[in-house]
Design a protein around this ligand. Structure first.
Ligand code: UD1
Length: 417
């Protein structure tokens, strides 16, 4: 078990080159198995979830060679279609392999993903959508068994624009006969990145980024070189860290166009922001204004993954802020820890009311999930005294070189074991 020890009160000054997007690289790595060729994927963040995805690829028979932030995936030798329970449990998003394995093998067996730290996370939307493509699904002893004589294109309307379900359909439909049209599809930038990867390997996909995605199946596919998009959530977290500490930061290798709701919220709080094509500069005074109301929504609304760092930011902003979490039910676990640091937060179901205090103070706090954990570090950077954030492993799931990046901006952060 490791943790972060943070001495608060040092203002920010520096630049960070933002990592590749965790939520984009996972479906792209799953997609490599469809083409049965050699893929070179650049800008892969070095994270535990990416390592687990590599474990899944290897367990399926693919050859994977890591070269720094590049992964070479040869899916030609893939000879299995089952993901064992032990691997599935380590990373819930392995469910994304379902569509890809069926596309390649016509059958797939994966263990039920179950719940996770931020909520129950059911997979009913995935299952209903895959059935529409002609896949027979049964459940046995905690495993999901999928089989398709033939994958056939279909019109699939999603009851909710689930990111994972949209990706699963895109992956399966690439090898279906005929055209698949997904309506009420998720519009997240990571879906656009998956479309770009699929197109590069020869698939005919269009419409990602809008609510309607069209996939014409059965094109000839081949292995490709691809560079993963920048991580908009990691970028937003570093901006929140700068906001909490005060000071200035330059983010490189980032796409401000994917971060509009986050950037406009920070501007509303009084931070000065300058955007260029691939960078964001932000400067913030010692105390920001409260953000008013934040309601998490599917893209292009305010991202659920960003609300935790903003909850931390709201703790010392001047005035009162309200956050309503509409996507995941357990995303206020960090509030309890922030209270230990002197925050004034009241949580009632899906809503948190945050009354800004002048300063938080250091305490020993526990990360219980990825983004909530990052929010505790955010809060600690502006707090008086020393904070120990336990269970850094959760934070390591989403941020490559977190403490190194923060230290390069003048923060005093050390990893402890
Ligand atoms: C992805 C992201 C995650 C982000 C989330 C929402 C990855 C690896 N993870 O997760 O970081 O927070 O999008 O932007 O990309 N739901 C159902 N049934 C389903 C599927 C989803 O009820 O079959 C519900 C979920 O419980 C949740 C909501 O729909 O309440 C959104 O889930 P979804 O968009 O599927 O998120 P993920 O793809 O799991």
């Amino acid at each position: 078990m490791s943790g972060f020890c943070i001495e608060g009160g040092y203002s920010f000054e520096g630049e960070i080159c933002v990592q590749g997007a965790k939520n984009a690289v996972l479906p792209i790595l799953a997609a490599t198995i469809i083409n049965g060729g050699k893929n070179v994927i650049h800008n892969c963040p070095r994270l535990r979830d990416v390592e687990k995805t590599v474990d899944v690829l290897r367990a399926l028979g693919c050859r994977v060679v890591p070269l720094g932030n590049t992964l070479v995936v040869d899916s030609e030798p893939m000879d299995k279609f089952t993901i064992e329970d032990s691997l599935m449990r380590q990373m819930r998003s392995s469910i994304i392999f379902l569509g890809a394995i069926i596309a390649r093998c016509g059958e797939a067996v994966v263990s039920m993903p179950g719940g996770c730290e931020i909520g129950i996370r059911p997979i009913d939307i995935h299952m209903k959508a895959l059935e529409r493509l002609g896949i027979e699904i049964t459940e046995e002893h905690g495993y999901i068994l999928c089989r398709a004589e033939k994958l056939s294109g279909a019109h699939i309307h999603l009851d909710f624009p689930s990111v994972g379900a949209t990706e699963n359909i895109m992956l399966a439909a690439v090898c279906a006969e005929g055209t698949t049209v997904v309506t009420n599809a998720a519009r997240e930038p990571e879906i656009v990145d998956l479309q770009s990867f699929l197109r590069r390997m020869g698939a005919k996909v269009s419409g990602a980024g809008t609510s309607t995605i069209e996939i014409e199946g059965s094109a000839r596919l081949y292995g490709v070189d691809y560079t993963v998009m920048p991580d908009r959530i990691a970028a937003g977290t570093y901006l929140a860290c700068c906001g909490a500490a005060g000071g200035k930061i330059l983010l490189k290798n980032t796409n401000p166009g994917d971060m509009t709701s986050t950037l406009s919220c920070l501007s509303g709080m009084g931070a000065k922001i300058r955007q260029e094509k691939n960078s964001v500069y932000m400067s913030a005074g010692k105390r920001l204004k409260a953000f008013g109301t934040i309601r998490t929504m599917p893209y292009p609304g305010f991202p659920t993954d960003m609300q935790s760092p903003f909850l931390a930011l709201g703790c010392t902003a001047s005035g009162t802020g309200v956050i309503t979490e509409t996507i995941f039910e357990n995303r206020f676990q960090n509030a309890e820890e922030l209270l230990r640091m002197g925050a004034d937060i009241r949580v009632d179901g899906k809503t948190a009311v945050i009354v800004g205090v002048k300063r938080l103070h250091g305490a020993v706090v526990q990360a219980r999930e990825l983004r909530g954990g990052a929010s505790l570090v955010t809060a600690a950077l502006g707090a008086e005294g020393t904070t120990t954030v336990m269970n850094a492993e959760y934070i390591d799931r989403g941020y490559e070189g977190f403490e190194k990046n923060l230290s390069m901006c003048g923060a005093h952060v050390a990893r402890i074991n």
